[in-house]
Design a protein around this ligand. Structure first.
Ligand SMILES: [Zn+2]
Length: 399
């Protein structure tokens, strides 16, 4: 890993979202795991996996936040990565509701939906099935069969080709991918160029930085280059030539969506867009973030200390990217008794940098734990119900 911090000295990066001002550094989080979506076959490989520098900077005009030390060459996406959220019933039900919402709201029957960063295709398949649309999904992490499938969608294990051969589309969707891009503005500009003078609509969904930067920041992870709240997300879409039709928080406030369009009438706009008071709230969160992040890291180390001192066997539930970041910051020396996850693809595999082994939730039945930590408030009920079903009497703490 190269020392990426050195490269930005003397180089100002102007805000990607509004283009207004050079970004100002506000939090140095040091070295963090680069591949937080990779689950390694051996502990040695996991321990040797790379670190990258997280150096956050913000725009005083719009509240956009970016890791200005991000090195695009450090991170290559492929089908060995698994950032799939669909193993969780809470996420599945959220995604299904979204599919029905979009199918009811937009004229998708017979339309072509381009899904950029389609993951394993669950969302696009369901959208095509429910809306009667044709879908084209692209993702370098897509590991299923490629080509057309019975839902009306076809899948490619590749980055979306946004060159002149890109397929024409009526609706573009991208969920939890936009924040990974080194050039998010260029991406939206290119999509707008591809839309040309046709009426095109779109749906983008990202982690909501209004949540991430107002809390401990477990989702401040290396693959996330950009951190958007509602205000900066609308700004970047508008600056790239899109009309913002609607925006709002989703999934217990942890996600944020924006619906965009072009070549469609103004009266399509359905919601009040975020304003300066939203931006100011985000600037306050940014101002307090470095201190809050450091304090939360220490607090959770103390929680684990106290549990161990009381002969407890504390565990972490959830080995996704938030979990990986939590372990790196709060349990680097592997004091937790277990890390469990509902995704069977992660079982008996090892997490990057810290080397924690992931096991199934069933492994808790005989462990004797009294403390279960989750980094995700949206899964509180789901984890509580699973613990009861396993007969595990433990306190559930949400970090
Ligand atoms: Zn800005």
């Amino acid at each position: 890993m190269t020392a990426t911090l050195g490269r930005r000295v003397g180089v100002l990066r102007f805000c990607d979202a509004c283009g207004g001002q050079p970004l100002r550094p506000f939090a140095e989080l040091g070295e963090i795991p680069v591949f937080c979506g990779v689950h390694w076959a051996s502990r040695d490989e996991a321990l040797a996996s790379p670190l990258g520098t997280m150096s956050l900077a913000y725009c005083p005009d719009c509240g956009y936040v970016r890791n200005i030390a991000f090195d695009p060459n450090a991170l290559v996406y492929d089908a060995t990565m698994d950032t799939n959220l669909h193993h969780s019933p809470a996420f599945q039900s959220f995604s299904t509701k979204l599919v029905h919402h979009l199918a009811a709201r937009y004229p998708l029957r017979g339309a072509t939906v381009l899904d950029i960063g389609c993951g394993q295709g669950e969302f696009l398949r369901e959208l095509c099935h429910v809306a009667g649309a044709r879908g084209i999904g692209y993702d370098q992490m897509y590991a299923g069969p490629t080509g057309p499938d019975p839902s009306g969608a076809e899948f490619h294990c590749a980055a979306a080709p946004l060159d002149d051969d890109a397929p024409p589309f009526d609706f573009v969707t991208s969920r939890h991918w936009f924040e990974h891009l080194a050039d998010p503005y260029g991406f939206l500009v290119r999509l707008r160029e591809l839309a040309g003078d046709r009426p095109v609509r779109g749906y983008l969904e990202v982690p909501d930085a209004a949540y991430d930067l107002a809390t401990a920041g477990w989702e401040v992870i290396y693959p996330h280059v950009s951190y958007f709240d509602g205000y900066s997300l609308c700004r970047i879409a508008q600056r790239a030539g899109w009309q913002v039709v609607a925006t709002g928080p989703l999934f217990s406030g942890m996600f944020r969506y924006v619906e965009i369009s072009c070549n469609l009438p103004d009266q399509d706009i359905l919601t009040t867009l975020p304003g300066l008071s939203d931006r100011d709230r985000q600037l306050d969160s940014i101002a307090g973030f470095a201190g809050r992040h450091a304090a939360e890291r220490e607090r959770w180390r103390s929680v684990i200390d106290r549990a161990l001192a009381a002969d407890d066997r504390p565990v972490l539930w959830g080995a996704g990217s938030r979990g990986v970041q939590f372990l790196h910051l709060a349990d680097p020396d592997n004091r937790l008794a277990a890390v469990v996850d509902v995704n069977p693809r992660k079982w008996d595999r090892y997490l990057p940098v810290t080397g924690h082994r992931v096991t199934s939730p069933e492994s808790l039945a005989t462990l004797g734990t009294r403390t279960v930590i989750s980094t995700n408030p949206a899964y509180r009920n789901e984890i509580g119900a699973a613990l009861r079903a396993l007969g595990v009497e433990a306190e559930l703490l949400v970090a």
